[in-house]
Design a protein around this ligand. Structure first.
Ligand SMILES: Nc1nc2c(ncn2[C@@H]2O[C@H](COP(=O)(O)OP(=O)(O)OP(=O)(O)O)[C@@H](O)[C@H]2O)c(=O)[nH]1
Ligand SMILES: [Mg+2]
Length: 156
């Protein structure tokens, strides 16, 4: 069994828990803000991605470096309808990447169904700043982009 530690991080309410639940087929809707962290498991036989879904609220940010230790994949999530959540991504990258070595970074723009209010140039510039290997746009509501993300999580 190959186990991959995956971190989901980003501002509160961008949809981290919703995306994690959807790709892990846990069948759970988000039950409000995450306290500390939630955990999800995803993957076919032989591969197991263990998702550490961090809380986005400021008061939990100090937990991020500790919980991220040893992660192979870091998924930084923002809400494409709220530009301030994209601007906060470099801070999340700094918190989370401090405890990892050579982690693969994926930048995810969620809530595509809610309307795009960030430019492709802004996304590209943040992706470059955090060393993202890929950018994936998703909607936890419609399912758009979730297969692509699931595939990335199983290829560390
Ligand atoms: N329209 C739309 N709403 C979404 C989407 N993903 C999540 N939401 C909604 O956004 C709200 C916040 O979702 P969560 O998954 O709890 O967000 P979170 O990032 O885990 O928040 P914290 O745990 O506080 O960090 C919920 O009401 C979700 O139903 C999406 O793709 N589109
Ligand atoms: Mg959450």
């Amino acid at each position: 069994m190959r186990r991959l530690k995956v971190i989901f991080a980003g501002e509160s309410e961008v949809g981290k828990t919703s995306v994690a639940a959807a790709i892990s087929a846990a069948g759970l809707a988000s039950g409000g803000p995450t306290i500390g962290a939630d955990f999800f498991v995803s993957g076919p036989d032989g591969v197991r991605a263990v998702i550490f879904d961090l809380a986005g609220q400021d008061r939990f940010a100090p937990l991020a470096p500790l919980l991220s230790r040893g992660a192979r994949i870091v998924v930084l999530i923002f809400d494409v309808s709220r530009p301030e959540t994209l601007l906060a991504i470099p801070d999340w990258a700094e918190r989370v990447l401090s405890g990892t070595e050579d982690a693969k970074v994926i930048l995810v723009g969620n809530k595509l169904d809610a309307g795009l209010r960030v430019t492709p140039e802004d996304i590209a510039s943040v992706a470059a700043a955090v060393g993202a290997h890929r950018v994936i746009l998703t909607s936890a509501s419609t399912g758009f982009g979730l297969n692509e993300l699931r595939k990335e999580l199983l290829e560390a």
